[in-house]
Design a protein around this ligand. Sequence first.
Ligand SMILES: CC/C=C\C/C=C\C/C=C\C/C=C\C/C=C\C/C=C\CCC(=O)SCCNC(=O)CCNC(=O)[C@H](O)C(C)(C)COP(=O)(O)OP(=O)(O)OC[C@H]1O[C@@H](n2cnc3c(N)ncnc32)[C@H](O)[C@@H]1OP(=O)(O)O
Ligand SMILES: Cc1cc2nc3c(=O)[nH]c(=O)nc-3n(C[C@H](O)[C@H](O)[C@H](O)COP(=O)(O)OP(=O)(O)OC[C@H]3O[C@@H](n4cnc5c(N)ncnc54)[C@H](O)[C@@H]3O)c2cc1C
Length: 634
Amino acid sequence: MSKEIYENPDLKKERQNCPFNKEEITHLLDGGKEKTIERKQLENYILSDEQLKDAVPMEYLSHADKYAEELRKACLLMHKLADSPAGQVPTLRALMGAGLGSAVLKEGNPLALHYVMFIPALMGQGTIDQQAKWLEKAYNLNMIGTYAQTELGHGTFLRGLETRATYDPKTQEFILESPSLTAYKWWPGSLGKTANYAVVMAQLYTKGKCEGTHPFMVQLRDEETHEPLPGIVNMWLNPVCISSYIHYGTYVKPTNSKLSYATMVFVRVVVCQDVTTNLRKAVTIATRYSCVRRQSELKPGDREPQVMDYQAQQNKLLPPLAATFAFQLAADHLWNLYHTANNNIEQGDLELLPDLHGLSCALKALCSSEAANFVEVCRQSCGGHGYMSCSNFPRIYGQVTAAETYEGENTVLWLQVARYLVKTRKEQSGGLSVKYLIGEEKGPKTVDTTLEGIVKLYRRAAVGLVDVAIAELDKSGRKGEAPHDAWNHAAVYLIKAAQAHARLFVVESFVDSLKEGKLSAPVRTVLSQLCELFIIYWLLERSGDFFLCSNLTKQDLLLLNSKYVELLAAIRPQAVNLVDSFDLRDEVLNSPLGCWDGNVYQRLFDEAAKSPLNQSNVHESFHKYLKPLLKSNL
Ligand SMILES: CC/C=C\C/C=C\C/C=C\C/C=C\C/C=C\C/C=C\CCC(=O)SCCNC(=O)CCNC(=O)[C@H](O)C(C)(C)COP(=O)(O)OP(=O)(O)OC[C@H]1O[C@@H](n2cnc3c(N)ncnc32)[C@H](O)[C@@H]1OP(=O)(O)O
Ligand SMILES: Cc1cc2nc3c(=O)[nH]c(=O)nc-3n(C[C@H](O)[C@H](O)[C@H](O)COP(=O)(O)OP(=O)(O)OC[C@H]3O[C@@H](n4cnc5c(N)ncnc54)[C@H](O)[C@@H]3O)c2cc1C
């Protein structure tokens, strides 16, 4: 007789009479039905492999054992990659991301940098000959690389990197050196124990002149013994410049000095998708748990309600639920822009480079910071159980907060966006992602609280805040301040303007996607509700920006607040069905709180039982330390 599959009765009830086709949303998020089929096949292919399962929870292993265990699985995954039915690159991308990859490699993928930065650096900056020499070797894993840019003393300010690459015309070689302690490469993933090659960013010196930071291929370790090569600690010999700027000893300037920063742009684009995947996991865990958890008293004398029935809980979880759709659609738009810009750049057309830089900085900073805040709210919404390591919130939170720092610290990126916006606004030049700065809203500043009216408010705020920042810069200039001082003294306004620009892009992506998308009426209804909820939520959170730049009134805000709480109530019944549409397997969620069947308490109990401390009633330390203390009559 088939074993009855347990399903928590509350979750079961949540799933009854779903008014929309969940698979339609799954296909939308995957990029089509075929992609969903491919993803599910890949998940089965990977997650069914017993050798990829952890014998004991990773949190109970030592640092060294964690590394060894993750490396074992990563190497096994690479073998499976070669035989993957879905093909190498789709499998690779799935394995690198926050979804399938982190279901297997919970502490991090020791080979991630090889694929996320080392190979993209070769592809984006290597000459044809260099790619012919190294790309196949890298794809065949006959070499393991990393991207070594950040130093102890510098991570943000690339023009301040100390590692030097001096070209010797006699030997036609580059001598790489770390001239000081602060020049030591620090942070590069895999550099410590895994990689035997690195793309090293260093200041290129030739004929006594510094030509700025350039990428160099450096062998770090012997390919057989894995021993560090002689002098590798602070003097690196025989690197090869990855690029084609040295012709017979003469430096040939690249068409754009920032092309050497291209790898970072690629990763910033990827990070937007990655943090969205992590946010989707956190929202799923918190939403399902909030429909299983019953606590306190809503109506005196009634049964304890599901905590999701508290408006306060809906206010915590439904905006991040909506954000997962908003960020996904914006990340898709950015990915398309990246491909268009990259194809053009390969043809020598750099026109879209500033837009790509501006937008990738804006979305990476926005998606990572918002996702980090939302993941923490999701954790808090699960009370004490959300704090447990096995809830998976600590790990998810660690991953999204890391993204606020790596690949460009967010504040620094916001200022890059502001630099681009001020320049564009002043030049009134074209510019893909600032189209509305040119085509700003004309006509009366009256507010209408329809979806279109709210989008117009976002547009006014994006334009208005750039103008406020420019006015601050001009005011400082009139006081005789030097441009760099004026810039520094306007930083608060500049960052607000950059963030308003990023929010407008996300809002327009969401609204435009719903207009263009071929959606069934029920799916369009629920996604439109999420879209309206999200853009009102952000407006209410940042109402100061809108007051500054439009005729928004107190009455308008009260009306929008009412609309917001109405939308919370309207979406509440579909919360579980919406997170079910993400189609995240329990192994990917990796959390007893978020499991599909809602059997939370038994799974929590089973997880606790795995602790080494729970393998005996009295731990040996009692006899060593506690018992003597108890007897010591202090
Ligand atoms: C094969 C692939 C297979 C699988 C992969 C697929 C999926 C992977 C899936 C999941 C992976 C998930 C996530 C990613 C995982 C891991 C990431 C791992 C680790 C992180 C690695 C790192 O952190 S690497 C180090 C990152 N470091 C930085 O980002 C440094 C930040 N600093 C800078 O970028 C620069 O210093 C600066 C931009 C802040 C300032 O530079 P600089 O001082 O030189 O410039 P100015 O400010 O003076 O501006 C001068 C003009 O240059 C323009 N500019 C600046 N930068 C760029 C750029 N990048 N592109 C274009 N233009 C640029 C700027 O706009 C100015 O222009 P003007 O016209 O105004 O003069
Ligand atoms: C998990 C993780 C993985 C990483 N992996 C790699 C890797 O594989 N390879 C690699 O090369 N690097 C890697 N890094 C390093 C990372 O890229 C840097 O830490 C990041 O670029 C930030 O630079 P920083 O550490 O110098 O911070 P800093 O810039 O020193 O930040 C300190 C403070 O200074 C502020 N600040 C700096 N400049 C300005 C400015 N112009 N205006 C206003 N405020 C400013 C910042 O906003 C911040 O508040 C990794 C980092 C992490 C956390």
